[in-house]
Design a protein around this ligand. Structure first.
Ligand code: GLC
Ligand code: MG
Length: 582
């Protein structure tokens, strides 16, 4: 009971911390770097750690506090690093362990925190554990999920133990000649699923976390959480149960496609959340034993809203610091209305447990880029939205300057999810488009690399549109982004101010107000029609004059301009941040 009261008081105390007392990650600004495409320092056409190191000042300059890197560990690259063959060794293409330590130190010297991608669900089939498991080495025998398969009563032939489908298409079971059994892979054939019901697997993976914590890493983004556990074998039948067809197979008629089934036995099991609590305990214990800055967990889970809330903790135990808000990511598209935007903000804010921070994520290396998904006209609006909401913002590299999806032909396609499709459908599946190289300047390969051939093509013209050009321009997406992150750091209203919203036609309007009385109004015209607003009638105590502090590139309003609250023109697709004047 004493413990319970302690937790409750802590939750209350957290809510009343003044912003100077906020911990580094609270209300933080996180940046996802996809290292393969960020900056190539040695001219082999593949981005690397020294490339990231060269560009850390940029990351700091755009206002970030934390950086998470997609996987940089030894890997045959069947899923571009999400297939790891050694969790404690940097992939030579990306550099050395020393380069990673140097990067960590440099990040710290700039006041940045560095987070690594932890991929616990599966290893590469080239990982020593898998090879030993194939060889039936006793300690490793049950490190993965193996099964003899079942005999089809009509044909008399052996077939996989269940109908389970891989996220990358086709059966999730693959026959292994040497061991004469099937193994489970919820992703690619070269990504065998680890068996989390084996305590030795859990302990080995805990040791991976400890290895990197001991080297100064500030936390982990945990990959593919809903896939960690599968249902146990059915003792009656000696095999695994088939999964039912999806309730709406008309939207996914192809029987080889993952969406064809309802993944009741392989996805989002309660055990997945339980292990997140254990990993939280591990990092918290590390932090207190070594008296370091807080080590944080960010979790990747496309799962139900209830599960996402549960990921934060269960009232007694804590879980993920940042359960990525994929409700909003999956819910919004270019047809969404202002009410939809409003709904997703409120739904999260009003349901999250006490004492935690909300988080907002709209892009990553698995989803089309913001400017392509919501329309290039809305590029600034989306950034204004993300940066002015209460809580933690997560930005995928490139979104800060409105980068669009790159074009990758079928011949150049390398993503396994794209390659498993065909030349007519691959663009629906391939994630290469959001992974094309970063556009730094107008030199060869947009300044990404000096190589003749880059691992993915530079996906768009970059002569006039690149980071250097946007920094030199009087105004640009990037400059707007920097103004936003600046406001977030300096203005109490955005650090821990309250949030109150209204929707008028297709416009979302909200006030962020600090206890000191400072107030900002954010106006986001999501729709395709200009709207004239009388803001004075929407909120109490509004001054008659408002100052535009930031707005979309095409708003035609210079920063600093004073406008009338009772006749404010919000242009279609444009966003505005307005300050109340006295
Ligand atoms: C996560 C990653 C994705 C990867 C998959 C398998 O969803 O974000 O890129 O393919 O896990 O590791
Ligand atoms: Mg699994």
């Amino acid at each position: 009971m004493g413990k319970l009261i302690g937790i409750f008081l802590l939750a209350l105390a957290l809510c009343h911390l003044s912003h100077s007392e906020q911990d580094w990650w609270e209300n933080g600004n996180f940046y996802q770097i996809y290292p393969r495409s960020f900056k190539d320092s040695d001219g082999d056409g593949v981005g690397d750690l020294n490339g990231v190191n060269e560009k850390l000042e940029y990351v700091k300059d755009i206002g970030m506090k934390g950086v998470w890197l997609s996987p940089i560990f030894q890997s045959p690259m069947a899923d571009f690093g999400y297939d790891i063959s050694n969790y404690t060794k940097v992939q030579p293409e990306y550099g050395t362990n020393e380069d990673l330590l140097a990067l960590t130190e440099r990040a710290h010297s700039l006041g940045l925190h560095l987070i690594l991608d932890f991929v616990p669900n599966h290893t590469s089939d080239e990982h020593e554990w898998f090879q030993r498991s194939v060889a039936n080495d006793s300690y490793y025998r049950d490190f993965y999920i193996w099964h003899d398969g079942v005999i089809n009563s009509t044909t008399g032939e052996r077939q996989p133990p269940s109908n389970w489908i891989s996220q990358f298409r086709y059966s999730a079971w693959e026959w292994n000649e040497q061991r004469q059994q099937y193994y489970l892979h919820q992703f690619g054939v070269k990504q065998p699923d680890l068996n989390y019901r084996n305590p030795n697997v859990v302990e080995e993976m805990n040791n991976v976390l400890r290895f990197w914590l001991a080297r100064g890493i500030d936390g982990f983004r945990i990959d593919a959480v809903p896939f960690l556990f599968e249902v146990e074998i059915d003792p009656q039948t000696g095999t695994y149960p088939d999964e039912p067809l999806s309730s709406d197979i008309s939207t996914c008629p192809d029987p080889d496609d993952w969406c064809h089934l309802n993944h009741t036995f392989t996805n989002s099991l309660p055990e997945d959340i339980e292990i997140i609590y254990q990993w939280r305990e591990l990092v918290d214990q590390w932090t207190s034993e070594h008296n370091t800055d807080t080590k944080v967990l960010l979790t990747e889970a496309y799962t139900s809203f209830e599960n996402l809330m549960h990921m934060y903790g269960d009232g007694l135990r804590n879980g993920s610091h940042v359960p990525f808000n994929f409700e909003m990511l999956a819910g919004l598209n270019n047809k969404s209305s202002a009410s939809d935007y409003d709904y997703y903000v409120h739904h999260w804010l009003s349901n999250m447990p006490k004492g935690v921070y909300a988080n907002w994520v709209l892009g990553n290396h698995d989803n089309p880029r913001l400017a392509s998904r919501f329309g290039a006209q809305r590029a600034d609006l989306m950034n204004i939205f993300l940066q002015t909401l209460p809580g933690i913002a997560v930005t995928y590299n490139g979104e800060e300057y409105g980068m669009e999806n790159g074009y990758v032909s079928w011949e150049d396609t390398v993503d396994p999810q794209g390659c498993n499709a065909d030349p007519t459908t691959y663009l629906q599946y391939s994630r290469d488009s959001e992974r094309t190289p970063f556009l730094w300047d107008n030199t060869t390969n947009a300044g990404f690399s000096t190589a003749n051939h880059t691992w993915l093509p530079i996906g768009q013209s970059y002569a006039d549109n690149n980071v250097a050009a946007q920094l030199a321009a009087e105004n640009s997406h990037l400059k707007i982004f920097k103004q936003l992150t600046q406001l977030r750091q300096s203005e109490a209203a955005f650090i821990d101010g309250s949030y109150v919203s209204v929707v008028v036609k297709n416009v979302l309007v909200y006030i962020r107000a600090a206890e000191t009385g400072d107030k900002y109004i954010v106006v986001l015209n999501i729709g395709d029609e200009n709207v004239s607003l009388n803001l004075g009638t929407l909120f109490d105590d509004l001054s008659a004059k408002l100052e535009v502090v930031v707005s979309s590139l095409h708003s035609d309003i210079p920063n600093g301009q004073i406008v009338n609250a009772n006749s404010f023109e919000a242009k279609a697709y444009n966003g505005y941040v307005l300050r109340l004047t006295n």
